[in-house]
Design a protein around this ligand. Structure first.
Ligand code: DGY
Length: 322
């Protein structure tokens, strides 16, 4: 019997590719080449399934141009790189990797929050540049985290994991979400209090964005929202670029209308607005919130399990369009 054919669009752990090879004829991409849209379409012509990462754009026109495709299995919980509606119309299963990255992503939100509020990377640059001559009362003063108000926009599983970690810092937690959590979940999330988006923006000392991207939340944080925030506040984005209007954020940081930002994601990543590079009050990381060894492995295993199920007649565990 001939095996189904799949494309793995970007480099992944070699042993995961080997596992896929037990079930499929695999075209892998160990060189991690970035395919153009035309190359991607050409490679998918004879494929039944595709293992994607956030770097692969499965847009409507790609989906339409690949009539043989039956499954798109994304190695990420976010799936804004895939036109889910177009895939559903075309009868293509789409899966993601929820849950396996919640705790690791929450850890990293805290890494960014601490680094941003306490100016960790800026301090290191200062030291490496030989600027440290003496102890001074006002060297690199930052903002406190303990006792402060943590705001979370998007209180799904990652947002709740971020909130739980705030207990050790004796923080108040406020959040805004499409819907309010039940009382038990709020209690576990350090007694998080549901507030309007406006109150969240006005009150948070540190605001973490943890909501999924969809076109409805494009530029949810723009000039008007930034203007509501305290000038002493920090903004942390571990969610997706595009939720923040990067140009408006740069303007606010440049004018010190916001103390600092910690950003793991950008509007057009891996490209990003070079305006960020001129700012000392921003901590920039290359979309690595889920990048611990065990978690990236768990994500790859989860995506592979979804693809194997989808193309062998079983129900994929994490189907987005059942
Ligand atoms: C996700 O899973 O959506 C992450 O952003 C990928 O690192």
């Amino acid at each position: 019997m001939t095996k189904p054919r799949i494309l793995v669009t970007r480099a992944v752990f070699p042993d995961v590719v080997e596992r896929l090879e037990q079930h499929f004829e695999v075209e892998a991409n160990p060189e991690d080449a970035a395919y153009t849209k035309a190359e991607l379409i050409a490679k998918l012509q004879d494929k039944d399934g595709v293992f994607t990462t956030p770097s692969t754009n499965m847009s409507e026109d790609v989906i339409h141009a690949c009539p043989r495709l039956k499954a798109i299995c994304n190695m990420a919980v976010g799936f804004n790189n895939i036109d889910l509606a177009a895939a559903t119309r075309a009868g293509i299963m789409v899966t993601n990797t929820p849950d396996v990255l919640n705790e690791t992503t929450a850890d990293f939100a805290w890494a960014l929050l601490l680094a941003t509020a306490r100016r960790v990377t800026e301090s290191e640059h200062y030291l490496r540049a030989g600027k440290w001559q003496k102890w001074r009362y006002d060297t690199l003063l930052g903002m406190d985290i303990h006792g402060a108000t943590l705001g979370i926009l998007g209180m799904g599983r990652i947002g709740q994991a971020i909130a739980r970690r705030s207990m050790g810092f004796d923080m108040r937690v406020i959040y805004h979400n499409r819907s309010r959590l039940d009382e038990q979940r709020e209690a576990r999330a350090n007694n998080a209090r549901y507030v309007s988006k406006e109150e969240l923006l006005r009150t948070a000392d540190h605001l973490v964005l943890a909501l999924p991207y969809s076109p409805d939340v494009h530029h949810t944080i723009g000039a008007d929202e930034l203007a509501l925030m305290k000038p002493s506040a920090t903004l942390i984005n571990i969610a997706r670029g595009g939720i923040v209007d990067d140009a408006a954020l740069i303007a606010a940081l440049r004018a010190n209308r916001l103390a600092a930002a910690g950003l793991d994601v950008f509007e057009n990543e891996p490209a990003f607005d070079p305006g960020f590079l001129d700012l000392s009050n921003v901590v920039l990381t290359p979309h690595i919130a889920s990048a611990s060894e065990p978690t990236r492995r768990a994500m790859a295993d989860c995506a592979a399990a979804n693809l194997i199920a989808a193309l062998t007649g079983a129900a994929p565990p994490n189907i987005l369009n059942p």
